[in-house]
Write a protein that binds this ligand. Structure first.
Ligand code: PXP
Length: 246
């Protein structure tokens, strides 16, 4: 299944910069338009409970501005479910959310939260929204995703990215093996595997080389690079590295 690997660009941190001054610049919608123009495959945005980056009104504006599929990252709450059902994004990626964290630090406990997730996933699916679960690459969580009937899982690559930053080769290799093995297992069981979190030009290659992965979602690094080279160039360069890895 080693086809073209899709790149979903998470534009949350364009909104973070905007929100730092409370005005309307830089506009995440303009970022979405640039991603579309440069051949990105999707827009990812996380509407957090505290609205620290993307806000409710941004969602409709993003959907109007581009034809790219929108992947809405959301906590498993009634509030977010209602918003997802109103906006009907192409996909909804259910993520764990803690108010005090700086970013989504771990995967969703799909196994422990089975009963909470069942009605939310069912209602998203009924509305024609493609459900994805943001989980750690382990068998317990993948089994839970299977039991929940999720068509997609996104493996959290944060542990891999941290190991890479620490220069710990053994941990890099074992994190990578975990993601590769679980991607193969997901695909074998009819679940489409995606991956994301903490990916950069330096660490994306071995992840992009995993043949079963269908999509990567990358945000913070691309927005950071965009400060220096522009978003268009940053997305192009990431795309090139991903293509070379295949
Ligand atoms: N995928 C998911 C499910 C996420 O929650 C995030 C971060 O919001 C990302 C991908 C992108 O991570 P990063 O911003 O570190 O590239």
């Amino acid at each position: 299944m080693s086809g073209r690997l899709r790149l979903g660009v998470n534009i949350d941190h364009v909104a973070t910069i905007r929100n730092a001054r409370g005005g309307d610049h830089p506009d995440p919608v303009r970022a979405a338009e640039i991603v579309a123009a440069v051949g990105g495959d999707g827009i990812t945005a996380h509407l957090r409970e505290d609205r620290r980056h993307i806000r409710d009104e941004d969602l409709a504006r993003i959907q109007t501005a581009t034809d790219l599929p929108l992947n809405l990252e959301m906590a498993a709450t009634e509030e977010m479910l209602a918003i997802a059902l109103r906006h009907k994004p192409h996909a909804a990626c259910i993520v764990p959310e803690k108010r005090e964290e700086r970013t989504t630090e771990g995967g969703l406990d799909a196994a422990g939260l089975h009963n909470t997730l069942v009605p939310i996933i069912d209602r998203l699916k009924e509305a024609g929204i493609r459900v994805s679960l943001f989980i750690e690459a382990n068998e317990r969580q993948l089994d839970a995703a299977l039991r929940l009937g999720a068509p997609v899982v996104e493996f959290h690559t944060g542990g891999y990215a941290h190991a890479f930053l620490d220069g710990d080769r053994e941990r890099v290799a074992s994190e990578l093996k975990g993601i590769a093995d679980l991607s193969a297992l997901a695909a074998k069981n009819g679940i489409e595997p995606h991956a994301g979190h903490g990916l950069t030009y330096e660490n994306v290659q071995p992840i992009a080389a995993i043949p079963q992965l269908a999509e990567l979602n990358i945000g913070h690094y691309l927005v950071g690079e965009a400060v220096f080279v522009g978003l268009e160039q940053a997305v192009r360069q990431m795309r090139e590295i991903m293509d070379e890895a295949r």
